[in-house]
Design a protein around this ligand. Structure first.
Ligand SMILES: Cc1cc2nc3c(=O)[nH]c(=O)nc-3n(C[C@H](O)[C@H](O)[C@H](O)COP(=O)(O)O)c2cc1C
Length: 179
């Protein structure tokens, strides 16, 4: 599959099957993250490959307990009981360095998403998980994920087989400015 095709075909999945990914699929996704560029080629982004459903549930439950009413309503509309939409695998991208951490993580997140599309898998970028690392249980979750004292959460990406899917978003041409 061409990258341009994957980009247009991909849409966020918010309803995963519980089916686990196989070793080759997981390795392809890890390779995609590792192949992603980092500023100054520092390669300091941490790629936490999380399949522990108990840990994912704990993170999700903590988020749900902190949601404002608008977010609660949105998750209810989506029929979601987990911020990870029951994905069997979640990449939690974190960094011990301040330098371009979120940019590096964003690039790796997109690489994971496009590779998931190529593999026939669904994906969803999950920024909401950041809430647990701003909560009073920050230390608990940082320890669970073996974060060093200076390490910060950047973004998460849920991956798995799609139970249901939706159309890709429409283009907003107002985003473009030409000079
Ligand atoms: C940085 C970032 C954070 C996001 N966080 C969440 C999230 O926490 N939960 C969620 O369901 N979707 C999240 N999304 C997915 C967006 O809502 C989604 O990409 C957008 O609605 C466009 O839809 P599409 O991906 O299907 O094209 C996030 C996307 C980005 C880029």
């Amino acid at each position: 599959m061409k990258v341009s095709q994957a980009l247009k075909q991909r849409s966020s999945c918010r309803d995963f099957k519980s089916t686990k990914l196989n070793e080759q699929e997981i390795q392809a996704l890890i390779d995609a993250a590792l192949a992603s560029p980092t500023a100054l080629n520092a390669q300091d982004l941490k790629i936490n490959v999380v399949q522990d459903q108990n840990l994912l549930k704990e993170i999700s439950d903590q988020c749900f307990s902190m949601f404002d009413s608008a977010t609660q309503k949105k998750m209810k509309t989506r029929g979601a009981n987990s911020i990870f939409y029951n994905a069997p695998l979640v990449f939690i991208l974190s960094s011990p360095s301040e330098d371009y951490a979120d940019l590096n993580a964003g690039i790796a997140a997109q690489s994971i998403c496009l590779t998931a599309t190529e593999l026939g898998l669904g994906s969803c970028i999950i920024g909401l998980a950041s809430q647990v690392f701003e909560s009073d249980r920050k230390d608990y979750f940082s320890e669970k994920l073996d974060f060093t004292s200076d390490e910060k959460f950047c973004v998460a990406v849920a991956v798995g087989h799609e139970n249901t899917s939706k159309d890709p978003h429409e283009f907003n041409l107002n985003q473009i400015r030409e000079f």
